[in-house]
Ligand binder design. Structure first.
Ligand code: 4NP
Length: 160
C-alpha cells in the first residue's frame, strides 16, 4: 500500500505549522486516509523546542474542533528531508531557511502551503505571533482551504 509523508514547516512550530498539522489530520481522517498519509510539523528556528503550541493558536483551533495541546515544538533538520516526501512551508522565509538545510538532491520536496489553494488571494500564511486574534483565524481559514487542495493533490501518489 502506497503512503506519503508530509511535514508542515513554519518559523517557531508553535502557531502556523501545528495548526496545519491538526487541520490536515482532521481532514485526512474524514477522507479515511489516516493509514496512508503521515503528518508532522517542525520549525526552522530553535526557540520553542519542546513547547506546546501558543495559547492563542490552541484556543482558536479548539473553537473549530482541532486539538493542538498534544503537539510539541521541534526544529527541522537535514534528516527530515530523508524522512518526508514533502516539506510544506508557510511563507517564503521558511522556504529560504529550508533551502539552507536541505541536501541538494531533495530540493524538489519543498513547497508553499498556499500553492494547494490556487483560488485563494494570499500566497503565504502570515506569521500571527505578534498580531491579534484575527491573525489566528486567518491561519485556520488558509489551512482549511489549502489542506483540502493538498489531499486532492496527494491522491494520485496513493493509487497504483
Ligand atoms: P510560527 O509563529 O512560526 O507560526 O510558529 C511564530 C512563533 C514564535 C516566533 C515567531 C513566529 N518567535 O519569534 O518566537
Amino acid at each position: 500500500m502506497k503512503t506519503v509523508s508530509i511535514c508542515f514547516v513554519c518559523l517557531g512550530n508553535i502557531c502556523r505549522s501545528p495548526t496545519a498539522e491538526a487541520v490536515m489530520r482532521h481532514q485526512v481522517a474524514e477522507a479515511k486516509l489516516t493509514e496512508r498519509i503521515v503528518i508532522d510539523s517542525a520549525g526552522t528556528g530553535d526557540w520553542h523546542i519542546g513547547q506546546a503550541p501558543d495559547e492563542r493558536a490552541q484556543r482558536a483551533a479548539s473553537q473549530r474542533g482541532y486539538d493542538l495541546s498534544v503537539l510539541r515544538g521541534r526544529q527541522i533538520g537535514a534528516i527530515d528531508f530523508e524522512r518526508f516526501d514533502l516539506l510544506i512551508a508557510m511563507d517564503g522565509a521558511n522556504v529560504d531557511a529550508l533551502h539552507r538545510v536541505c541536501p541538494p538532491a531533495q530540493r524538489d520536496k519543498i513547497r508553499l502551503l498556499m500553492e494547494f489553494a490556487p483560488a485563494a488571494d494570499r500566497r503565504e500564511v502570515a506569521d500571527p505571533y505578534f498580531g491579534g486574534d484575527a491573525g489566528f483565524e486567518l491561519v485556520l481559514d488558509q489551512c482549511e482551504a489549502a489542506c483540502r487542495g493538498l489531499i486532492a493533490a496527494l491522491r494520485p501518489r496513493l493509487t497504483g
